[in-house]
Design a protein around this ligand. Sequence first.
Ligand code: CP
Ligand code: NVA
Length: 303
Amino acid sequence: MTRHFLALHDFSEIELYGMLTLARELKDKQKQGVPHKLLEGKTLAMIFEKSSTRTRMSFEVGIFQLGGHGLFISNKDSQMGRGEPIKDTARVMARYCDGVMIRTFGQEIVDEFARYSDVPVINGLTDLFHPCQIMADLMTVMEQKRTYEGLVFAWIGDGNNMANTWIEAAAIFGLELRLACPKGYEPDASVMAWAQAKAPGKITLTDDPKVAAAGADVVNTDVWASMGQESEQKEREKAFAGYCLDDSLLALAKPDCLVLHCLPAHRGEEISDSVIEGKNSFVWDEAENRLHIQKAIMATLIK
Ligand code: CP
Ligand code: NVA
């Protein structure tokens, strides 16, 4: 059966842990110059309906390092942009490629693509989830803290695709996750309900960033207006007043806490320049780890 990577909830903790372990091994091999061509001759199609720097580069460089080839397909330059049905595109691409990565809007688009695809489909970000990114974030936490067990994770900001995926990760890995989101910008209610049922008491929601940050081991934030929400920028700036991860908010977290941000960041909005450039910031390791976890996800799924 073809296995897709559309959301973390399709995987067990053991399976995800296996990918994190493989990513660590592949990172060591790459650093030591040891060949690891696990996908020799395989081809990955990469469909982008939204912009990207890290996701595109980490998948394209990653498949190359694994001995394969990546094809960048922009929605607007393909027939998808002219209305070719998803189910037709999915079946055609599966005849050419060994895997497909998609960055798009609705989660239902990747779900439909996967239903019609005979090759693994990987979610490279939707409005609902960003599972590849949270895997890179967990890898970064494990590098710095050796484990994710017993740590307190704080999410400060929008209840967006990143927040929803952290919620899924918290439920699967049994993490203590405290989210601070302004009223009206809470995470997806059905994701929250699923996670609360799976891991009762582990995930809490407040509208006070200080409550979430207090004593946290990992403090994570993201832009206030995600891709597709650009027209809401001004009203969101008002709604998110007091949510900037700055030195005073960070001072409430543990002194050795990790600051994570998936990037791109808007300095002076959701995060201050001093925090993103400060000693607690591991955002560059986090960005690098996209490469290693992408390789592990591809090597696990693509046959
Ligand atoms: N974090 C992330 O997904 O970055 P890109 O939008 O540059 O791919
Ligand atoms: N929440 C952001 C993440 C970008 C990587 C967005 O969807 O635009």
